[in-house]
Design a protein around this ligand. Structure first.
Ligand code: F6P
Length: 326
């Protein structure tokens, strides 16, 4: 276990709503544990360039309701190079930092693992933070609930116009290669179509189903399509040509990453950070805090960052009902 007393935190990769709640808990819990907390600005970039400052209560006052991260984030290419990581380690040592919390996704954790392998006097802990919910080993990543609620709000609004005009709307959601956001959003918004990379789809089956529904009086459609499929415009044209309905597409984009964090994300941020700091103080050299079956546990980075995340079976079952005649 590290003999150093100071502790730092950084955000890496895409920001999520809930990061500020995590920063607040970090400062308050570190101080409670008798440590001096530090912020690293703009992720690994700031770690390389020594943008490290002591964190105070005043820094985190009033931030809990804000999306994004007050300390900034980055996707650092330089961090892939060993000599920059050596500078990062040097900077941590300069401030007598023996513990580092990393809020990020699996790419950020792979970087963290490298850093951990290259020094034996600093403990590291990862907190899964990505709207994509694509980290293997944890059912939940910080920011997912807020993103889902932003998407829900957007689809509910779009439905008003879709139903008023009798149009089809094709809505593209983020998530990289993972269809979790799209699937949960489609189910909870009552969408008629859901296309995600994990489930093969058949447009012919959708055509038969939708034509039958049109005969029965359906006059508008909502479709949710994962960004990784790159099919948004194609599906919009399909609606016009195959079903003869007016169609529009909406790429929700970065609106999904921001906004007032939900109660769930604020609370999860508190729990994740508490468990993360406890893990490092207990001597864990390099771990990720995961949430499964209603509880938190610590996992090796290898069990989190080098495996493919899957969508839970019960959601997949529901997802597979899309596009099939009843
Ligand atoms: O990983 C989070 C995420 O928002 C993905 O859903 C999306 O594909 C990507 O980041 C967008 O990245 P950027 O903000 O760099 O454009």
């Amino acid at each position: 276990m590290s003999t150093m007393k100071n502790i730092a935190i950084l955000c890496s990769g895409g920001d999520v709503s809930g990061m500020n709640a995590a920063l607040k808990r970090f400062v308050e819990y570190s101080k409670r544990k008798g440590m001096i907390p530090y912020f690293v600005k703009e992720g690994y970039e700031g770690l390389i360039d020594d943008r490290i400052t002591e964190a105070h209560y005043a820094d985190v006052a009033g931030i809990i309701s804000r999306g994004g991260t007050i300390i900034g984030t980055s996707r650092s290419k330089r961090f892939m190079e060993a000599h920059y990581r050596a500078e990062a380690i040097g900077n941590l040592r300069k401030y007598n930092i023996g513990y580092l919390v990393v809020l990020g996704g699996d790419g950020s954790f792979r970087g963290m693992q490298k850093l951990s392998d290259e020094c034996d006097d600093i403990n590291f802990c990862g907190i899964p933070s990505t709207i994509d919910n694509d980290i293997a080993g944890t059912e939940y990543s910080l920011g997912v609930d807020t993103a889902l609620n932003v998407i829900k709000f957007s689809i509910d609004s779009i439905r008003d116009t879709a139903s008023s005009f009798g149009r089809a709307f094709v809505i593209e959601t983020m998530g990289r290669e993972c269809g979790y956001l799209a699937l949960v959003s489609a189910l909870t918004s009552g969408a008629e179509m859901c296309l995600i990379p994990e489930i093969p789809y058949d447009l012919k089956a959708y055509e038969s189903l939708f034509k039958k529904q049109q005969k029965e009086g359906r006059h508008y459609f909502i479709s949710i399509v994962s960004e990784s499929l790159h099919k948004t415009k194609e599906i919009t044209e399909w609606y016009k040509e195959t079903l003869g309905v007016e169609a529009r597409f909406m790429v929700l984009g970065h609106i999904q990453r921001g906004g007032n964090p939900t109660v769930h994300d604020r609370l999860m941020a508190f729990h994740f950070v508490t468990h993360g700091i406890d893990a490092m103080l207990a001597g864990e050299k390099s771990s990720v805090i995961c949430y499964n079956d209603g509880g938190f546990d610590r996992k090796e980075i290898a069990d989190v960052s080098f495996k493919k995340a899957t969508i839970p079976d019960d959601l997949m079952q529901l997802g597979m009902e899309y596009g099939h005649l009843e």
